[in-house]
Design a protein around this ligand. Structure first.
Ligand code: ADP
Ligand code: MG
Length: 474
C-alpha cells in the first residue's frame, strides 16, 4: 500500500471526525492541508499561528492518538504555519513548529517524541478567530429589538441603533456610543444592534465583548508577546461592540491598543458600537484622543424610563411569561422602582415566583415587601462620586476640599475614608479610585486603606466614623 501524507491525514481525519462535534471539525480540521510525510513525521499546514495554538491547546491529545494509530509510537507532527505578511509583500512565508504535548497529557505520555520549541505559546484569545475561521459573535439572541420596548427615555438611542443595524458602517453614527446609568438597557440595546446586523447581513463578522474581557485579553497578549496577533484579530471584525468602556479608565495600555484598532476599523468603514455608564464629558482618565474619537459619531443617552414605559415593560414581561397579575400590583411596582429596569424586572420576577410557589394571589402587601427589598438593594450600587459626596457632607466640607492637596489632618482622614469606601463598595481599581479622588496614585490609595484599617483598630472615634458612614452606604 502506498502511504502518502494525504492518505495518512485522511485516516486521521476520519478518526477525529468520529470523536468531536461536527462544527468543531469543520472549523478546526477541514482547513488543514497535509503537506509532507517523511518516515514517521507528518507535516500539516494550518492557516495561522493562532490556529496552531488553538489546535495545540484543545486537540493535541486527539491528534496524537489519531497519528499514533497511523504511524506508530514514534509518530511526529509538524505544523507549517501559513502567514500573511503584514507589510504588503504577497509572498506568504511559513514557519515550522513541531507539535508539543503540554497541558492535558499524563506523565506517561510525556515522553512522546514530539517536543516543544515554544512551550510558552498559547492561545491568546478566548474566541476562535482569524481569517477563514468563523468568529463567534458572542451575541445573546434574547436581547433583540423586538423585546426592547420603546419609550421617550430611549427613543433616540433605540432609533440610532436601528439606523446602525440597517447600515452598519454606513451612517454618521460611527462610533455609536450608548450611555446611561446601571440597568437602563445599554447591554440589551448593544446586543440588539448586533443581533439585527447578523440577521440582515449574515456574512459580516460581528463581535460583542465587554471592555473588561477585552482588557484581560490585551494584558494576556502582552504577557505572551502576541500583541500583534491581538490587534490583527480585532482588525478583522466588521462590527465591533464593546460594552462598558468606562472600564478602560486609567488603563492607558488598553486605551492605546483600542485607539489603534478603532482607527483601523473606522478608516475601513467598519462599525463600532460602545456603551458606557457615563457621557464622554464625564469620563475620567480616558485619553483625550480617545474621547475625541467617541465624539466623532453619536452619543445617545438611555434615560430613566418614564412611568408609561415602566408599565409597558412590566406588562410585556408578564405577557411573555404568560402570567396574569392584578393591575394595581403592576402599577405599584412601576411607581416605586424608577431608575433601574433590571430591578423593575427583578421585582416582577420575584413576585411571579412567589405567587407560583405559594400558589396564592399576589397581594399588595407582598408587592410592598418585594419592592422594598429591591429599593434597598439599589443603594448598594454606589459610585465614587457619591462616596465623596457623602463623606464630605459627613465631615461638613465640600468635595473640592476633600480632594485638595492640603495635609490638614481631618481633611486627610476624610480623603482616606473616601478611598477606603471606594475600595470597599465599588469595583474600581486602586489607580482609578486615586485618580477620581483628587488625582492621587494607586500607592496613595493603598496606603489610605491600610491607614483606615489601622485606625479602626486603635482609635475609637475613628471607628465611629466608619460605622456611621458604612450605614449610609448599605
Ligand atoms: P445596562 O447594561 O444598562 O446595565 P441591561 O441592558 O443589562 O442594562 O438591562 C437590564 C435589564 O433591563 C435587562 O434584562 C433588559 O432586558 C431590560 N431592559 C432594559 N431596557 C429595556 C427596554 N427598553 N425594554 C425591555 N427591557 C429592557
Ligand atoms: Mg450592561
Amino acid at each position: 500500500m502506498n502511504v502518502t501524507a494525504n492518505s495518512v491525514w485522511n485516516n486521521c481525519l476520519a478518526f477525529i471526525q468520529d470523536n468531536i462535534q461536527p462544527q468543531a471539525f469543520k472549523t478546526w480540521f477541514e482547513p488543514i492541508k497535509p503537506i509532507k510525510l517523511s518516515e514517521n513525521s507528518l507535516s500539516i499546514q494550518v492557516p495561522s499561528k493562532f490556529f496552531y495554538e488553538w489546535l495545540e491547546e484543545h486537540y493535541v491529545k486527539l491528534l496524537k492518538v489519531a497519528l499514533t494509530r497511523e504511524l506508530g509510537d514514534q509518530a511526529k507532527l509538524v505544523y507549517i504555519i501559513k502567514m500573511e505578511n503584514t507589510y504588503g509583500n504577497r509572498e506568504p512565508f511559513t514557519e515550522q513548529i513541531p507539535s508539543t504535548n503540554r497541558g492535558q497529557m499524563s506523565p506517561q505520555e510525556m515522553d512522546v517524541p514530539i517536543q516543544s520549541k515554544n512551550p510558552e505559546l498559547k492561545n491568546p484569545f478566548v474566541i476562535p478567530g482569524i481569517r477563514n475561521i468563523k468568529i463567534e459573535s458572542q451575541l445573546n439572541p434574547n436581547y433583540n429589538f423586538d423585546n426592547f420596548l420603546e419609550g421617550d427615555s430611549n427613543r433616540l438611542a433605540r432609533s440610532a441603533g436601528m439606523a446602525v443595524a440597517n447600515k452598519p458602517g454606513g451612517t454618521s453614527f460611527n462610533p455609536l456610543l450608548i450611555f446611561g446609568g446601571v440597568g437602563l438597557g445599554k447591554t440589551h440595546l448593544a446586543h440588539a444592534i448586533g443581533v439585527e446586523i447578523k440577521d440582515k447581513y449574515p456574512e459580516r463578522t460581528v463581535l460583542y465583548i465587554s471592555a473588561e474581557k477585552f482588557t484581560q485579553q490585551y494584558i494576556e497578549s502582552v504577557k505572551k508577546n502576541t500583541r500583534n496577533d491581538f490587534i490583527h484579530f480585532y482588525q478583522l471584525i466588521d462590527v465591533l461592540v464593546i460594552d462598558d468602556v468606562q472600564f478602560f479608565s486609567g488603563k492607558s495600555g488598553t486605551q492605546d491598543v483600542f485607539f489603534h484598532i478603532f482607527n483601523h476599523l473606522h478608516q475601513n468603514g467598519k462599525q463600532v458600537i460602545l456603551t458606557s455608564d457615563k457621557a464622554p464629558v464625564d469620563m475620567q482618565d480616558i485619553e483625550q484622543r480617545l474621547l475625541s474619537r467617541f465624539k466623532w459619531g453619536l452619543s445617545a443617552e438611555l434615560q430613566n424610563p418614564d412611568y408609561e414605559t415602566r408599565i409597558s415593560i412590566l406588562k410585556n414581561k408578564l405577557y411573555r411569561d404568560g402570567v396574569e397579575m392584578p393591575k394595581e400590583i403592576v402599577e405599584y411596582v412601576a411607581k416605586h422602582i424608577k431608575t433601574n429596569i433590571r430591578e423593575l424586572e427583578g421585582a416582577i420576577i420575584s413576585l411571579i415566583a412567589q405567587s407560583s410557589f405559594n400558589k396564592k394571589e399576589v397581594t399588595l402587601e407582598l408587592a410592598q415587601q418585594v419592592v422594598e427589598k429591591f429599593v434597598k438593594n439599589t443603594k448598594r450600587e454606589v459610585s465614587i462620586d457619591y462616596i465623596q459626596k457623602v463623606v464630605s457632607d459627613y465631615f461638613e466640607m465640600d468635595v473640592a476640599t476633600l480632594q485638595s492637596k492640603t495635609r490638614k489632618r481631618h481633611i486627610v482622614q476624610a480623603r482616606q475614608l473616601a478611598m477606603f469606601f471606594a475600595k470597599k463598595f465599588t469595583k474600581a481599581s486602586l489607580a482609578s479610585i486615586g485618580s477620581q479622588i483628587g488625582k492621587r496614585d494607586h500607592a496613595t490609595v493603598l496606603h489610605a486603606c491600610k491607614t483606615v484599617d489601622n485606625l479602626a483598630e486603635t482609635d475609637k472615634q475613628f471607628r465611629k466614623y466608619i460605622e456611621d458612614l458604612t450605614k449610609k452606604f448599605s
